[in-house]
Write a protein that binds this ligand. Sequence first.
Ligand code: ADP
Length: 370
Amino acid sequence: MVPRVGIVGAGQLAQMSLAPAAALGIDLRILAASQSDSAAKYFPVTIGDYKDLDQLIAFAEECDVLTFEHELVPNGHVRRLEELGKTVRPSSQTLLHAQDKLHMRKSFSEIDLPQPRWHVVRSSNEITSYPVILKSITGGYDGRGVQLITNQSEAELALASWGAALCEEVVDFDRELAIMIARSPHDQVSIWAVTETVQREGICTQTITPAPHISETTALQAQEIALAIAEHIQLIGVMAVELFDVRGDLLINEIALRPHNSGHWTIEGAVTSQFEQHLRAVLDLPLGSTTLTNSWAVMGNVLGGEQGDLYRPYLHLFARDPELKVHNYAKEVRPGRKVGHVSAVGDDLEDLRARVTHAVDYISGVISEG
Ligand code: ADP
């Protein structure tokens, strides 16, 4: 009998899970906050509030395996589901590493994984020199909850709203990298090539895979870090590890325990996408090949701009570049919001980057022709 997988959350990650779930004939259920969520537009979802334990339990009752497209479900709720005998993947213990940055730093220190120097602060007196990076312990995403702090009054302001915070050294990195890995309950593990994530103001704008000019040693270190984390936290499903590249040496920034923006390239760029792999892993099926389909895969995030209609650009864009792939999250366009992404795969990296940049700028309305 086909097991039923429940995904909590119906944003673009659930939306992009629909095609592989349909291809594999997986019986899927999705818990959406509202009908306007990305996946809800294409799939008959269950509407409910994941913060409400009774509603979450009712949804879990309908599913054989429960998984998540975000880290916002209260950890206590996930523990309760486990106590009730529900199969939740990843588990509450694993999930905590992505929900609580202090827990993650402590846990990774236990096995001596390379991280920025860090300590917990509750008052600005505990910061002895500036600048530092302050991070809210819970609840940050897309750079919110992360601040570069250059003096005591800035620290006081941040701590007034956060209470306690994680205080990290400002890492003087050359670039940011990410690596995606999947692990199944059978302890099968699969890893994709290392990705460079190009960032602007704390938001990833483009990814390039494999990371250009990466040495064998650095690529191997990234794999070893991802494997060590996966084993240590007993990962089930897909995980993204965000890394700082400091002259070829890697430090861990943070992890996500689900398909992630830095793995969107896998849809066109790898034999098995992160979305399919996540489904395979949570169902304890053998994992798929992560081999690249082309020499390079470039992904560009479309951030909301002036243009509200993302469909209109299709005509010009598709005529101009028949090899380009566009993913539209069917969201209301708001400035800076991730509303879609484009991908291009091939042999000529500079050409791919130029085409992806053009497409992103054209869709978001930064440029109007060309
Ligand atoms: P979020 O959870 O909001 O994605 P991150 O922890 O990934 O936050 O941080 C957002 C960005 O802030 C990172 O991509 C990086 O550019 C910068 N950053 C985070 N930590 C540090 C650090 N210790 N040193 C320097 N830059 C950092």
